[in-house]
Design a protein. Structure first.
Lengths: 543, 322
């Protein structure tokens, strides 16, 4: 088997070399900043986060949205992605895989220091993997496969696996694998360590203070490796749980950045016409898909014809237009279109399960559920009582009602919903919007791979198909360039079995003050990473 | 008076204990997983679940948890908030002053506003004036505070730009001294105004009914026959006697306001007890929820006590036991 990186080390090295060359001649930011002038230092950006309580900032331990946004400011990792989906070096300057796909060697940037001034070495990378691996929801897939993680010298990290895992490099991007300082955590209780709330990291800014319920302040990290960045003196996160208030705060000039909710994007775009801020689409290299999970252990959803009928009965374009205000696309198959190299267009829900209430009715008749007094059967549709889930569920309810299904809508508190769907499995159908990552193994698989336990946010449908599980495993182990046929089969099986109805892939937008400069460079990232504010700067008269 | 206060405090103790047990039981019955709330919308790794559950003893039997908590509370320890990573008492003591400030300023405007409208509508001889004021007060009272808050933000903050849209103060500020107070005042203005309008209209309706009742009393006829002017009668007799029901209602209202005006604090991102309560329920931070509820109960009990004392001061018949 050829590994993904064995195929193109030369190209990669050329790209790194070109970046280094560009840095050397001082032209690295010239393209993006041509219209903005020369960056000056100073000033503060105030960014709104969507909670007043953030239990931990350590994203080795959480995937909560506010913590993820903060992490890009204070933490860093081995690599990241630009908006084209290309891997970019961060603290690893290069990486390569052995021919058998079992050994990965990372060369680390030399002379880098943690925000407290202590040196960063390969020992920190080994420590992060071996200590946080068991606590990190993504790394739990990798850790059992690790034969050895070692640091032969300060700038080399070597990972030996018992068997190849094609998604390995995806597990080392800076969001999934933020690096943690060994000298802070070693020998201590890392799950509840105070540093999880006052972190020491490698990002452009370092933690300064936390005003309970109000804000978290990060100031310039004087030890940051990517000189002369960052340009700003500080990044302040305003903790604003109410989405309307986040938007108001941006319009009122009290904050400089926020990520609008789906239903707010149009209104934010309208308000941006005054010129104080602009709305930027973040390229969605990792998907966020609204879905309906169906409980296959219950009648009548056991019957595949019923599930097919339910899919035909939903006008997904209506969801795209009404809930997402046109800022989404109907989901095409189980492998989202964002995975350009893995998505096979021959499996297309738009044609396979086109909106057709008449056909849905016929399928239900064939399944043994004819109309009686205008009704076929009753099911409960459960959902978290907040946008956009509730609006999606209301449309699904209305469409299913049209074909004679009596739908009881249960809009619940998130914790109660989680307990009902994943722990108790006491549901018929459930609406949720799931976030993927940069590889199906890290996000998409969880909807379909057999989950016989009661693990939340993993396949609650009771769908356990050994044939599918093998295809998913083979797909994950296949070398880059050879995965697509496996993922085609993957999509075909799910299109046939339909334990989950994929509705819409949403787009992501962020709104940012036009006072800030260097935004093109700053926002050159893909969804699932976030602005780290290292590139942005404020002109002197705006500070 | 001291005996009276001690007696009240003695009665309050079993009430607090009952509140603790009831709250613990209710929170125990509500489905939820605090460890999942820590991790977000991805599966919790078993090792992480075990570490958190052991650290915070989340798997202790229910009765053990209740017993440990009650004995700790009696020693002044309100437990540890695992979602805020700090002791609950410190969290409440930090958030409570913010809620007290909002409630106090709101009441400082609501009471005179309510009294003024109540006296005007209760004493006017013009049916039209009465109707206009009464209807306006009713409409203002009927508007939900979160909507009223949004309207105030839209007009005064977004359109006129006079006030900030949310928060308790600027996140980046160089102001000192009086400038600092003024700056903070701008953040307080809109939530306090929303609070004052809502509560003030409630007080106005009570005051109006009380004024009308007072005006029908015999001593008012006596005062009139003595030749006192209308203004003198209102100032000397009506205001004082009509205020008693208002003191009762305002006392209770203030007591419950101290537990946090949940909607108002959410609308204005005012990080007081109300917002803390909402977050703690969402994240199943049960010890914080119970802590805030105990604080609220104490606030209500304390305010009732103050109402009784104020009653005695306002009405000599109560003071002398007549």
């Amino acid at each position: 088997m050829k590994s993904m990186l064995r195929q193109s080390p030369t190209i990669f090295e050329l790209r790194v070399a070109s970046i280094l060359f560009a840095c050397a001649i001082g032209a690295n930011a010239s393209v993006a900043m041509a219209d903005d002038g020369k960056p000056v230092t100073g000033g503060t950006v105030i960014a709104a986060l969507n909670s007043t309580t953030i239990p931990t900032l350590n994203t080795q331990l959480t995937s909560s949205v506010p913590a993820l946004f903060a992490a890009d400011v204070w933490a860093d990792g081995l690599m990241t992605y630009d908006k084209e989906g290309n891997r970019l070096p961060r603290l690893a300057t290069r990486w390569e895989a052995s021919a058998d796909g079992k050994t990965y060697t990372f060369t680390l940037r030399d002379g880098v220091k943690w925000s407290d001034g202590k040196p960063f070495t390969a020992e920190d990378v080994v420590f992060t993997l071996m200590t946080f691996g068991k606590f990190n929801t993504y790394l739990t897939k990798l850790v059992p496969l690790v034969e050895e993680a070692s640091a032969p010298n300060a700038t080399t990290f070597v990972l030996k696996l018992k068997q190849p895992l094609t998604a390995t490099l995806d597990l080392f991007d800076k969001e999934v694998f933020p690096l943690m300082p060994k000298h802070i955590y070693d020998g201590q209780d890392v799950a509840t360590h105070p540093a999880n709330l006052a972190p020491v990291g490698l990002g452009p800014f370092k933690f300064q203070s936390w005003a309970s319920g109000q804000s978290i302040t990060f100031v310039r990290n004087e030890h940051y490796w990517e000189k002369p960045k960052p340009y700003l003196d500080s990044v302040v996160f305003a903790l604003i749980p109410n989405p309307q208030q986040r938007m108001n705060a941006l319009i009122g000039g009290e904050v400089n950045w926020f990520r609008p909710e789906v239903a707010q994007v149009r209104a934010t775009q309208e308000a941006s016409k005054r010129g104080k801020f602009k709305v930027v689409q973040i390229v969605n290299n990792a998907p966020e898909t609204a879905v309906v999970d169906l409980n296959l252990t219950r009648e009548p959803l056991k019957n595949v014809k019923v599930r097919q009928a339910l899919f035909h009965a939903i006008d997904r374009e209506r969801i795209v237009q009404d809930v997402y205000q046109g800022l989404a696309a109907t989901a095409k198959n189980a492998i989202p279109t964002q995975f350009k190299d893995l998505h096979d267009t021959s499996v297309n829900y738009d044609t396979l399960y086109a909106y057709d209430p008449v056909k849905a009715g016929k399928l239900l008749d064939e399944a043994g559920y004819p109309l009686k007094d205008g009704k076929r059967f009753t099911i409960e549709l459960t959902v978290i009582a907040k946008p956009p889930y509730d609006a999606v569920a209301q449309i699904v309810q209305s469409h299913w009602s049209k074909v004679g299904i009596d739908v009881k809508l249960s809009a619940l508190d998130q914790q109660i919903w989680t307990n009902k769907v994943y722990t108790q499995r006491d549901f018929d159908a459930s609406v949720i919007s799931l976030t993927g990552r940069t590889n199906p193994v890290l996000g998409v698989d969880r909807s379909f791979v057999c989950n016989e336990g009661s693990v939340p946010f993993a396949n609650p449908t009771g769908y356990c198909n050994p044939e599918f599980d093998k295809v998913a495993l083979d797909a994950s182990a296949a070398p880059v360039g050879q995965q697509k046929p496996f993922y085609k089969k993957y999509a075909e099986i799910i299109a046939r079995d339909l334990n989950q109805l994929a509705l819409a892939d949403s787009k992501v937008f962020e709104a940012v003050s036009t006072d800030l400069k260097g935004l093109d460079a700053q926002f050159n990232f893909s969804f699932n990473t976030h602005p780290n504010w290292a590139e942005a700067w404020l002109p002197s008269d705006k500070q | 008076m001291l005996r009276f206060i001690l007696q009240r405090a003695f009665y309050a103790l079993p009430l607090i204990l009952v509140i603790i047990v009831v709250m613990f039981t209710l929170l125990h019955l509500i489905p939820g997983d605090p460890v999942q709330a820590l991790v977000g919308d991805y599966p919790v790794p078993p090792a992480y679940r075990q570490a958190i559950e052991e650290k915070y003893r989340l798997n202790d039997p229910f009765l053990t948890q209740v017993w440990n908590y009650v004995t700790a509370v009696l020693q002044g320890d309100f437990g540890y908030s695992y979602q805020n990573q700090r002791p609950v008492l410190g969290l409440i003591l930090e958030r409570a002053p913010r809620t007290i400030l909002l409630a106090s300023v709101g009441f400082a405007f609501a009471i005179p506003l309510g009294m003024a409208i109540g006296v005007i509508t209760g004493t006017t001889r013009s049916a039209t004036t009465d109707k206009i004021w009464t209807t306006s007060a009713l409409i203002a009272y009927a508007i939900p505070t979160f909507w009223l808050g949004q309207l105030l933000v839209m007009f005064f903050a977004l359109r006129l730009g006079w006030f900030p849209t949310q928060g308790i103060g600027p996140l980046v500020s160089r102001a000192h001294g009086f400038d600092w107070v003024l700056e903070r005042g701008r953040y307080l203005a809109l939530p306090a105004l929303a609070f004052a309008i809502h509560e003030g209209m409630r007080f106005a309706r009570i005051m109006r009914a009380s004024v009308i009742d007072t005006l029908s009393q015999g001593y008012i006829i006596t005062a009139r026959s003595k030749g006192l002017t209308r203004g003198q009668i209102i100032r000397r007799h009506v205001l004082r006697n009509s205020s008693l029901p208002l003191v009762t209602v305002a006392g209770y209202a203030f007591g419950s306001a101290l537990s946090g005006a949940v909607l108002l604090e959410t609308v204005f991102t005012w990080p007081g007890l109300g917002l803390l309560m909402v977050d703690s329920i969402r994240l199943r931070d049960n010890l914080t929820v119970v802590g805030v509820v105990i604080f609220s109960a104490l606030a209500v009990i304390l305010m009732n006590l103050l109402v009784d004392i104020l009653y005695a001061l306002l009405d000599p018949r109560i003071r002398t036991g007549g």
